[in-house]
Design a protein around this ligand. Structure first.
Ligand code: ADP
Ligand code: ZN
Ligand code: ZN
Length: 732
């Protein structure tokens, strides 16, 4: 029996590796880190990855089981990606096995061969012939050799199975070195085409300066490209990519939500004559694996994807780009809580290549990194071409009559822009008809029964909907408390605003863009096509409208309610609000028509709104960052959040209190705040609480987290709650 012991990462939440015997016939040099194996685990078989090997184990020999199968002949991930996964698991304090199964395409995590299915063929090696001594007692293998001998160019699995030959048989022959796998790539019919499909634009002076700086950099540099909306950041990406492709390297581009910005993908396709892999949530498992493989084999020169695409291996990495780097969708909010932007920076460092983080409204995290000299700042301060930035103005709505949330000066402005043949965008970050349903006689409010939240009233179709736990119920006809039938919708969401605008401006189409109106496949495309036809219309929508769109005919952007962000309990509220308004406003004045932005507010003299109407986002970011410094809040200190939820509030708090007591024993300079109930304590019927850890040094925080979490895993109290750790949390 082999004495070689393998340490395997398995898809389990436990932060540890599992020991297995290598099994007979496998030697240490055949078993490399990053190869997949199938192993028995309880009654099941799991796919895991080899991390290391040794000759001893703390597991008693009688309990040690052998692996069932070695799946790969070489590691599935290139070295740099393997290191990235190990770092990710350590940094986010997540199990390595879970991290790897999150990083790998589903089919690979399930044990599928790491070869594109249709493209993989079995071919006989010259040494093989049916009477070969190695085949003496192997009838099936002999048969396979006989058939393959008649197909010198190889046979696919599908065809071999028609002769009743299974994968096992061919793999046995492979181990005897009588057959080999060959691949036929669909990308192989590549004719030499010119790299550019359309000429690049003539870069303006600022773009030129940015491009030269990036091109002059050697190895790793993190660039923060801060360019106002419409300043031509994408053109800087495109020309940097061109440079990278001419070098024979690949570029990986992360975008927030690809379904929302088909225009972005289109711009890359239009520019280059190269194979492009797009990784988005609409792909099925097979398509995802094929795209992943095309990137790993170097066939796809350009890879574009959302958050998880950061784990796509590249054969010849040359450049990483994170567009709209401030976007919250880069942070995964469950399971492995990674931030793809931060991983992109670490990955670029591992690969020794440049990374460009682009945004009109950079996160305070990235600006802080500029301040500390970790990122290099590149600025684009003017709009490209003839476009002019929009003019901002507040409308003070104190004691003004409002019609469904719309003030008279705003209605007048809308009417005038429409009359001039332009389009108007009305932004309200609340979907549904009204955020509250209230009894006019006794003040009863329709609450969610499972959350500390109100039900949102929807009219299309009519129902009450909780936006936190997704529960739904019919609209009450009578007040359950006083039986009055005078129940009234309070406040306005997108549906009500749509209705109201339709009544006010009957001659113009009103297009609503929110999660509900775009749920149907292609609905978004159809709505966008109508906007791009250029005819005057009203667009009403949520933050879905803020992301990356080009609306050249929109000349007025109306922000219906800016006050919410000013009162937010979250210390990131002002940053988020300034980003959102700046991004939505950036949709106006894109072409040669000047744009106007009107913000309705009860607090027109608030410094944040004053800054938005004056110097704009950079001034707001600078003053917010100064506040974070003085308050010792992220990004000026490093944070981790331990969350727990349970059926009873006390259970969750008890666990966190125990955790806090244990953390104190380490006597490290880490501030421990809480436990406190979460901002919405009850959600989907469970009570949630949290413990916040803050430290001046990242290393200090991690030196606490690693041993502390291992300790928590073993606590009996940990089994009574659902708990998780969030390193660099975004909601807290
Ligand atoms: P951003 O990504 O910064 O919002 P874009 O890259 O989308 O800006 O550019 C905005 C518009 O300006 C696009 O229509 C683009 O084609 C145009 N543009 C960008 N750079 C130039 C340039 N150097 N000369 C002329 N037009 C440009
Ligand atoms: Zn009532
Ligand atoms: Zn709910």
């Amino acid at each position: 029996m082999s004495s070689l012991i393998l340490q395997i990462a398995l898809p389990s939440p436990l932060r540890r590796l599992f020991d297995y015997r290598a099994g007979p016939g496998l030697s240490a040099d055949q078993l490399l880190p990053g190869m997949r194996v199938r192993v028995p685990f309880g009654q099941r078989q799991l796919v895991g990855l080899i991390v290391s090997s040794s000759s001893t184990s703390v597991v008693p020999a009688s309990k040690l089981r052998s692996i069932s199968e070695l799946i790969d002949l070489s590691p599935v991930l290139p070295k740099s990606l393997w290191l990235l996964c190990i770092w990710t698991a350590q940094y986010y304090q997540h199990s390595l096995g879970d991290t790897l199964s999150c990083a790998l395409p589903n089919l690979l995590a399930q044990g599928e061969a790491a070869l594109a299915r249709q493209d993989m063929l079995w071919q006989l090696l010259p040494a093989a012939y049916p009477e070969h001594p190695a085949l003496r007692r192997a009838q099936k293998q002999k048969e396979a050799v006989r058939i393959l001998a008649q197909h010198p160019h190889g046979l696919s699995h599908a065809l071999l199975s028609q002769w009743g030959l299974a994968r096992d048989t061919l793999e046995a022959l492979e181990r005897k070195q009588l057959v080999q796998r060959i691949t036929q790539s669909p990308h192989h019919q590549r004719e030499p085409l010119p790299l550019l499909r359309e000429p690049h634009l003539q870069a303006n002076a600022e773009q030129q300066a940015a491009l030269q700086a990036i091109a002059a950099g050697k190895g790793f540099t993190a660039w923060l490209l801060q360019g106002i909306t419409g300043s031509g950041k994408t053109e800087v990406y495109l020309q940097s990519i061109e440079h990278c492709l001419r070098d024979g390297r690949q570029a990986l581009i992360l975008v927030p939500e690809i379904g929302l910005t088909p225009q972005t993908v289109e711009r890359f396709r239009r520019r280059f004559n190269v194979p492009l892999a797009v990784l988005h949530s609409g792909l099925n498992d097979r398509e995802r694996l094929d795209a992943w493989l095309a990137a790993r084999e170097g066939e796809a020169a350009l890879v574009i994807g959302t958050r998880s695409a950061i784990f796509t291996p590249l054969a010849r990495p040359g450049l990483l780009i994170v567009d709209e780097e401030h976007d919250l969708s880069y942070k995964q909010q469950e399971g492995l809580r990674y931030n793809a932007r931060d991983l992109a920076v670490y990955r670029a460092h591992l690969e020794q290549i440049p990374v460009i983080l682009g945004s009109a409204t950079p996160s305070l995290e990235s600006l802080h990194n500029v301040e500390r000299g970790r990122y290099q700042l590149l600025r684009l301060s003017e709009r490209a071409g003839n476009a002019r930035p929009p003019q901002f103005q507040c409308i003070d709505i104190r004691s003004q009559p409002l019609q469904d949330g719309l003030s008279r000066p705003l209605l007048q402005a809308i009417g005038s822009h429409l009359k001039h043949g332009n389009q108007v965008l009305v932004f309200i970050n609340r979907r549904g008809f009204a955020p509250t349903l209230m009894c006019h006689d006794c003040g009863w409010i329709a609450d969610c029964r499972r959350c500390d939240a109100r039900m949102t009233l929807h009219q299309q179709p009519a129902h009450l909907h909780c936006h936190h736990c997704d529960s739904q119920r019919p609209i009450d006809r009578q007040c359950p408390k006083c039986q009055s039938s005078d129940l009234r919708p309070i406040g306005a969401g997108t549906e009500r605003t749509e209705d109201s605008l339709q009544q006010q401006f009957p001659g113009y189409p009103v297009l609503r863009i929110d999660r509900d109106s775009t749920a149907r496949k292609d609905a978004m495309q159809q709505l966008l096509a109508r906007v791009h036809s250029g005819a005057p219309c009203l667009l009403v929508g949520t933050q879905m409208l803020a992301k990356g769109h080009h609306f050249p005919d929109v000349t007025l952007v109306a922000i219906l309610d800016a006050d919410g962000g000013l009162f937010s309990a979250d210390f990131r509220g002002p940053e988020r609000m300034a980003q959102m308004i700046t991004q939505v406003a950036g949709r106006a004045g894109r072409a040669d028509k000047p744009g106007q932005v009107l913000i309705q507010t009860h607090m027109a003299e608030h410094p944040l709104l004053q800054d938005l109407c004056g110097p704009g986002y950079p001034a707001i970011a600078a003053s917010e960052l100064a506040l974070r410094h003085s308050a010792g809040l992220p990004p000026c200190r490093y944070a981790a959040l331990l969350r727990a939820e349970a059926n009873l509030a006390q259970t969750a708090e008890d666990f966190l209190q125990l955790a806090a007591d244990l953390a104190l024993k380490y006597q490290l300079p880490v501030e421990i705040l809480g436990p406190v109930p979460a901002a919405m304590e009850r959600r989907a019927g469970r009570y949630r609480a949290q413990l916040l850890l803050l430290a001046e040094q990242r290393a200090t925080l991690h030196s606490l987290l690693t041993p502390w979490l291992q300790q928590l895993e073993l606590l009996p109290a940990a089994r009574k709650v659902r708990w998780s750790i969030d390193v660099d949390p975004l909601d807290m």
